[in-house]
Design a binder for this molecule. Structure first.
Ligand SMILES: Nc1ncnc2c1ncn2[C@@H]1O[C@H](COP(=O)(O)OP(=O)(O)O)[C@@H](O)[C@H]1O
Ligand SMILES: [Mg+2]
Length: 280
């Protein structure tokens, strides 16, 4: 296809409308680097899911991974807290560093790593326990005392924009909450242990538009305190909430840049075709 002059305006009008990601108070280019990968490759048995990915993710911004289903977004995300370790026959090459530490080196305590790098999944997965206990459980495991736990539960629920909806029924089952509330509870649970990084794998894809909007608002709020990496197949969502966007295709990092640039003036034709909805 020959790129016409109208392409750029087409993209901005059709894909992101007026909702382009605000990079306002925090210039993503100036926050310090936090996650770095060098030549990262990953194989499931004989199948290569990631091909020589090198990228740097900075602190206290939202970074989105986009790309068609099966391109390796979740796999890449899981490399950052070694969740892929739990899968058989996985082989990883290259380097992943978080705050300059090689997280795959032998002396890394994976439990500690996962405290620093929390994760929220597509399907909210609260424990079949009370709302309170969903958060208190992990805190108790980590040795917090009762008074601290009460404070942290409240603080986390407030921070996850859920407190007002649940403060009168903390002892009720978490499974009685709506899907969107359950997902915010999972976010509260993740932030209770004060991670530096929160990984989110399509956290709103099972939710209705109103619940999705709440999660998006929450993410913009949370980036003041946390560094967030989010996988989404929803390009409007990436455009609305992320500062940087990485486009993956067939296990390769095709393009990685400021979200604004990816959606209005991508450097690669493949990116342009994807963000304008020509494939995927
Ligand atoms: N546990 C697994 N075992 C084997 N292959 C997997 C596993 N998880 C993902 N894959 C394969 O790795 C590739 C990338 O998958 P994934 O990271 O889930 O992509 P995405 O999140 O972009 O949809 C796909 O071809 C997928 O089938
Ligand atoms: Mg996925």
């Amino acid at each position: 296809m020959i790129m016409s002059d109208t392409t750029e305006s087409f993209i901005s009008r059709e894909v992101i409308g007026s909702e382009i990601a605000p990079t306002a108070e925090l210039d993503p280019g100036t926050t310090p680097p936090l996650i770095q990968t060098e030549d990262l490759s990953l194989f499931y048995g004989p199948d290569r899911a990631l091909k020589n990915i090198s990228l740097q993710i900075n602190e206290k911004i939202v970074t989105a991974f986009i790309g068609p289903s099966g391109c390796g977004k979740s796999t890449l995300l899981r490399c950052f807290n070694r969740m892929n370790d739990l899968i058989d026959n996985v082989r990883i090459g290259g380097l992943v560093k978080i705050a300059d530490q090689d997280i795959y080196s032998k002396d890394v305590d994976v439990i500690e790593l996962r405290k620093r790098v929390g994760m929220v999944f597509q399907r909210s997965n609260p424990f079949p326990k009370s709302i309170y206990e969903n958060i208190a459980y992990a805190l108790r495991l980590h040795g917090s005392n009762k008074a601290d736990i009460e404070d942290i539960v409240e603080r986390s629920l407030r921070q996850a924009a859920l407190w007002d909806e649940v403060k009168d029924r903390l002892q009720a089952s978490a499974l009685g909450l709506s899907g969107g509330q359950q997902q915010r509870l999972c976010i509260a649970r993740a932030i209770a242990i004060k991670p530096e990084i929160i990984l989110m794998d399509e956290p709103a894809s099972a939710l209705d538009p109103i619940a999705t909007a709440k999660i998006e608002e929450l993410i913009l709020e949370l980036k003041k305190d946390f560094s967030i990496v989010i996988v989404t197949h929803n390009m409007q969502q990436a455009a609305r909430i992320s500062d940087y966007t990485a486009f993956l295709y067939l296990g390769e990092l095709i393009e990685y840049d400021e979200t604004r640039k990816i959606f209005t003036n991508p450097a690669k034709k493949q990116t342009e075709d994807y963000v304008t909805g020509r494939f995927g």
